[in-house]
Design a binder for this molecule. Structure first.
Ligand code: AMP
Ligand code: MG
Length: 322
């Protein structure tokens, strides 16, 4: 598409950029959207032609449904035809924020958005630019991560421009994503929650609200979500993993530790927390790809708790070779 008429090019999403984004989305074009998880590739969720452009731009298979983003709680009813009481509890606890809920779909949502499923994934993001845009629109936004399908997700405006500049009318500036990994996805069958993807809300936090253990279904054989595919979030550079706390078995090989105070540039986390590692993860994977044919890199996994689980899930898929 020709995008010149919408391009603004300033460093911050000011009023003019927001106005341009609204106009572009109304016209059925794609806009790069900062959220607290990763940058999204957004289109009018009620416009099947606009949504089709997302799949084309990402080269995303049509069997992979999209998340629909809303700016206020009352908009849930435009997207979902029914909200089970247990889902309300999670909305109250975590919205706006990095939690996606899979609910029965309203007929107004095109089948393309949900890949023909009778359910739809919904989220209210927390990022102020995303919220401001969503609240200014009179339609929800379908928005997967703004990267070619299967590649590392974008956490800065520049990451989006590096790969999809020709596909979008503009990319709103929203700084670096504070969470850095995608939303946690929760589905409900027979009123019981089940985690389909680990992400920005930890399993522990969900279980604390639910008051009981919550099962997970993160398999890669029959994916319900692209993030469940065995190879995903994958850089071109070869990656090998070691368990948290272990040494690199290949002497002299590049080794990215989870955290080492003396060498922050060779650490996933800047301060030893999993929160920092999540924020930095995709940026680090993209940096490794600046040398795609460089030697295999060894990466120490995060501790398997809290956000560490979501990080390790991404690392395992990033390291998987098909
Ligand atoms: P992305 O935005 O690219 O991180 O991916 C959005 C995620 O939501 C994908 O993993 C989708 O498969 C998942 N998703 C969207 N709709 C549904 C649905 N109806 N049931 C299960 N998962 C869904
Ligand atoms: Mg994605």
């Amino acid at each position: 598409m020709t995008s010149a008429s919408y391009l603004c090019g300033s460093m911050h999403s000011d009023h003019a950029e927001l106005t341009a984004a609204i106009a572009a989305l109304r016209d059925g074009h794609l806009v790069g959207l900062p959220t607290e998880t990763v940058y999204g590739l957004a289109a009018n969720a009620l416009n099947a032609v606009a949504v089709a452009r997302i799949f084309e731009a990402k080269k995303r298979p049509h069997f992979d449904p999209l998340i629909v983003h809303i700016g206020k709680r009352s908009d849930v009813d435009l997207v979902a035809r029914e909200v089970p009481p247990v889902a309300e509890v999670f909305m109250n606890a975590f919205w706006p924020g990095p939690l996606t809920l899979v609910l029965p779909k309203q007929p107004a949502i095109p089948d393309l958005v949900t890949s023909g499923l009778d359910s739809v994934a919904i989220r209210m993001p927390q990022h102020p630019v995303a919220l401001e845009l969503l609240q200014a629109l009179d339609f929800p936004l379908a928005a997967p991560s703004a990267n070619p399908f299967g590649y590392v997700s974008p956490t800065t405006r520049q990451h989006v421009l590096d790969q999809l500049a020709n596909e979008v009318a503009l990319v709103l500036e929203g700084g670096s994503c504070s969470v850095g990994v995608e939303s946690t996805i929760l589905s409900f069958s027979e009123g019981q929650p089940m985690v389909l993807r680990l992400g920005g809300i930890s399993l522990e936090a969900l279980e604390a609200v639910h008051g009981r253990p919550i099962p997970t279904q993160l398999s890669s054989s029959q994916p319900h979500a692209p993030g469940q595919l065995a190879s995903h979030y994958a850089p071109a550079r070869a990656i090998r993993l070691v368990a948290h706390g272990e040494e690199c078995p290949a002497p002299g090989a590049p080794f990215l530790r989870f955290y080492q105070k003396e060498q922050p540039e060779w650490s996933l986390s800047a301060d030893g927390t999993t929160g920092s590692a999540a924020t930095r993860l995709f940026g680090v994977l993209r940096r490794l790809d600046e040398e795609p044919d460089g030697p295999e890199v060894w990466i120490e996994k995060a501790p398997e708790a809290g956000l560490g689980r979501a990080i390790n899930d991404r690392l395992v898929r990033a390291a998987h070779r098909v």
